[in-house]
Each structure stands twice: as structure tokens, then as C-alpha cells.
Design a binder for this molecule. Structure first.
Ligand SMILES: Cc1cc2nc3c(=O)[nH]c(=O)nc-3n(C[C@H](O)[C@H](O)[C@H](O)COP(=O)(O)OP(=O)(O)OC[C@H]3O[C@@H](n4cnc5c(N)ncnc54)[C@H](O)[C@@H]3O)c2cc1C
Length: 385
């Protein structure tokens, strides 16, 4: 049936599938997005705390996120939707020579790749973050062009624009098979029907390995869970996201910022990682995160926490996403393994996937794709996971 035939089918209407659909619709192709949830952005997307940074350690993610920042920061003026974008910046603090060394080493490559980032000694850094605990502070970096936005509002705005451009979305529908014909993709089967397309993009986030397995493809994406919390809204006292990469028993790092609407939102990276799909909150997260944060910024002790939640990072062995055409099955594209950065990568990645589908990649795109190749060796470790 013609109504069920598309140029491209995207599995997953999340942080990445939605901007991919938007880019494909913008290029004039007929795109269908299928998601098993009842509406857009209900997987990991709505669990993200909204941080948007181009401050990474490699040219691929820096390039993609610089483009994403352009999209997020201009969205309201271009399309009118409020997505709670704020250019608050990102800061990384150093209280030990180890962190000072790491941050200063990274700075060299980050500047080379075009980031507007600088090191500040303790005095200058306290001018930016006056509430930081000054005891033992060596300094830190600030990238003023980073910021934050609401993941739900942003993905909803992209969804509305994709729909206005003709993209079709089906919710409450789970993809149960990737269909093939003569050795290449021919569509998908869901629990409600079949849809035809010569290209299927797997953007299923933490379920990316499960969906890839439907096509007989093995991708090393494993969900690991992270907890987060939000406080009551208070008057503005904090601009940049504050990231503390000192490892302490139970957490590898933590980060927090004051959202555009006044709440402080925070999150830790558990150490060791907590693998699996369990998203029930724990009783250990809040005491651990709160004591680290109050130690770093004593003023935070007056804030009341409103809610905690837990969600999944779609992790890869080296901390880099997996993006590219699958060699195992022609017409099958992988856009999975976004780790803790799917929201910030979304718009840049969406446009890149759009160019791949059009056969219009640039030299810079090909360099980016080499970093993200599904067939790389997964040996290294991303430094700012
Ligand atoms: C606590 C926490 C804080 C975070 N903070 C940030 C942050 O500040 N900045 C940032 O950039 N990232 C952050 N992240 C990470 C971010 O949430 C993820 O990287 C991102 O949401 C992944 O996007 P995705 O589109 O790959 O997956 P998702 O957004 O989960 O989308 C995948 C979609 O696929 C659908 N799906 C799966 N299987 C099927 C199927 N068989 N059929 C149909 N549909 C299917 C799911 O329902 C889901 O909607 C955070 C994550 C957590 C948990």
C-alpha cells in the first residue's frame, strides 16, 4: 500500500531520531518515525538534564556539537518555540594538580578544533563562580558558548517542525523485525503492521543493540544507569554548568547547573557503572551527590530538592557514538550509542545523517564519521565522558 511506503524509516523518536527525521524531511524525502512510547522523547531523552556543550576532546563531537549549539541557540528566533535555551557556559573545576593537568592538556586540542575556551586561575575563576569553595581551588576552564535547554521542549519543537514538513510519526508501536529483500533493507514490521522503505535508521538509544540484532547486526551498546535530581526554583545565582571530574568512592564525577527557569539540576556518574535497564531511583544517590555538591559550593545547602529520577546512557566501550551504514545489511544505518551526550549531539548528528542519506557528505563529515565508525576498534577512551 503506497501510504505505508517511505524513503526512510527511523526507529526511535528520541534525542537523535527526531532531529534525524527533521533533517530528512527538510531534504524533501518521505520519512516515517516509529516509537514504542506514547509520544516523542519519552526514552532517555526526557531523563537528560539538558546540558549542551561543544567542550569535548575530539574533533568529531566538537564539530557535531558546535552545529547543535547553533541550532539550539537560534531555534526560538527562527521558529518561535520556547525551548529554554540559555547560554550559561560550561566550567570544569580543578582542585588537584591531576585535574589541572588534564584540563590544560585538553585545552590545546580544544582550541585547535575551534572552541572558545580558556583556563582561569583561582582568582579569576572565583570571579565567574563566586560561590565555589575557595579552599584548595587551583582554577578551571570556562567555555562561555555552551549552555542548556529543555530536552522535552526541544525535541517536541523538532517533532512539530518535522511533522509540518511532512514527516509521519507512529507512537505506541514497537519495531519487531527489520525486513529484507534480495539482501537489502526493505522496511520494518511492528506489533501493528508493516512499512516499506529502502533505508532504515536505527536510532533506538539504549535499545539500539536490541534493534540492531533484528537485522543480525551486533553493536556494542549497553545501557548503564545514571541518576539526577532537580531542586526548587530560586533567584539566579549561577551561570555555567559546573563539572567536577575528581573521582570519589561511588562517583566518577558530577555536574550541576541552574536551569533557565531557576531550578538547580544535577547528576553524577556512578563508579562502578550500574549496567542494565533498571530505572528505579536509589537511596544512595542523593546523599552522595548532595554532600559532594555542598562541599564544592556551600551555598547550595539551602536548596530543597523536588524530585530525583534515573535514566539510561546508551554506552559504548570507548565513549563515542556509533554512526554509519551497516556493512552487514545494505540500507541499514546505525545512529546509536550516544552515551551521556545524545541530546547535545542530536541536531548536528541529524543533519549529518541527512547528508549521508542524500549522498552529500563533505570532507569534514567523512573525518567525523571515521571517529564514529561502527567498525572501529573501540580501544581508546573518551576523556570527557
Ligand atoms: C540522568 C541523565 C542525564 C543526562 N544528561 C544529558 C545532558 O545533559 N546532555 C546530553 O546531551 N545528554 C544527556 N544524557 C544522555 C541522553 O539522555 C542520551 O544520550 C540520549 O537521550 C540518547 O538519545 P537517543 O535518541 O539515542 O535515545 P532515546 O532518547 O532513548 O530514544 C530512543 C527511542 O527509541 C525507542 N525505541 C527503542 N526500541 C524501539 C523499538 N523496538 N521500536 C520502536 N521504538 C523503539 C524508545 O522508545 C526511545 O524513545 C543524560 C542521560 C541521563 C540518564
Amino acid at each position: 500500500m503506497a501510504a505505508r511506503t517511505f524513503d526512510v524509516i527511523v526507529v526511535g523518536a528520541g534525542s537523535v531520531g527526531t532531529p534525524i527525521a527533521l533533517a530528512v524531511a527538510e531534504s524533501g524525502l518521505k520519512v516515517l518515525v516509529v516509537d514504542r512510547c506514547p509520544s516523542v522523547g519519552q526514552g532517555s531523552n526526557k531523563r537528560a538534564i539538558g546540558g549542551l556543550r561543544a567542550t569535548h576532546s575530539d574533533p568529531a563531537k566538537i564539530r557535531l556539537c558546535l552545529r547543535s549549539l547553533e541550532v539550539f541557540s537560534t531555534w526560538e528566533e527562527r521558529y518561535g518555540d520556547k525551548i529554554e535555551w540559555r547560554r550559561g557556559g560550561y566550567s570544569f573545576v580543578a582542585y588537584r594538580p591531576e585535574e589541572e593537568r588534564t584540563l590544560k592538556e585538553l585545552l590545546v586540542a580544544q582550541k585547535r578544533y575551534g572552541l572558545h575556551i580558556d583556563w582561569h586561575d583561582a582568582r579569576s575563576f572565583l570571579g565567574i563562580l563566586p560561590d565555589l569553595n575557595p579552599e584548595g581551588l587551583i582554577g578551571g576552564t570556562l567555555s562561555p558558548d555552551d549552555g542548556h535547554a529543555s530536552p522535552l521542549l526541544a525535541v517536541h519543537a523538532m517533532y512539530a517542525r518535522a511533522k509540518a514538513l511532512g514527516a509521519a510519526f507512529l507512537f505506541n508501536e514497537r519495531v519487531t523485525a527489520i525486513l529484507t529483500s534480495s539482501g537489502r533493507v526493505s522496511g520494518v514490521r511492528t506489533d501493528k503492521g508493516e512499512y516499506a522503505a529502502p533505508i532504515v535508521v536505527n536510532a533506538a538509544g539504549p535499545w539500539g543493540a536490541e534493534v540492531a540484532a533484528l537485522a543480525g547486526i551486533d553493536v556494542p551498546v549497553r545501557p548503564d544507569s545514571h541518576e539526577a535530581a532537580v531542586t526548587e526554583a530560586v533567584e539566579r545565582f549561577l551561570e555555567p554548568m559546573v563539572v567536577d571530574i575528581r573521582p570519589v568512592a561511588g562517583s566518577a564525577n558530577y555536574y550541576f547547573y541552574q536551569h533557565d527557569t531557576g531550578q538547580v539540576i544535577f547528576c553524577i556518574t556512578p563508579d562502578p557503572s550500574i549496567w542494565g535497564m533498571d530505572v528505579r531511583e536509589t537511596s544512595s544517590f542523593l546523599p552522595m551527590a548532595a554532600s559532594r555538591m555542598v562541599g564544592l559550593m556551600p551555598r547550595l545547602k539551602n536548596l530543597r530538592i523536588r524530585r530525583t529520577w534515573r535514566g539510561l546512557y546508551p554506552m559504548t566501550p570507548d565513549g563515542f557514538p556509533i554512526v554509519g551504514w551497516a556493512r552487514e545489511l545494505q540500507g541499514c544505518m546505525l545512529a546509536v550509542g550516544m552515551c551521556g551526550q545524545g541530546f547535545m549531539l542530536g541536531p548536528g548528528l541529524g543533519e549529518l545523517v541527512g547528508r549521508m542519506i542524500q549522498g552529500a557528505t563533505t570532507g569534514a563529515d567523512r573525518e567525523t564519521l571515521a571517529y564514529l565508525s561502527p567498525y572501529r576498534e573501540f580501544r581508546g577512551q573518551e576523556k570527557l565522558k
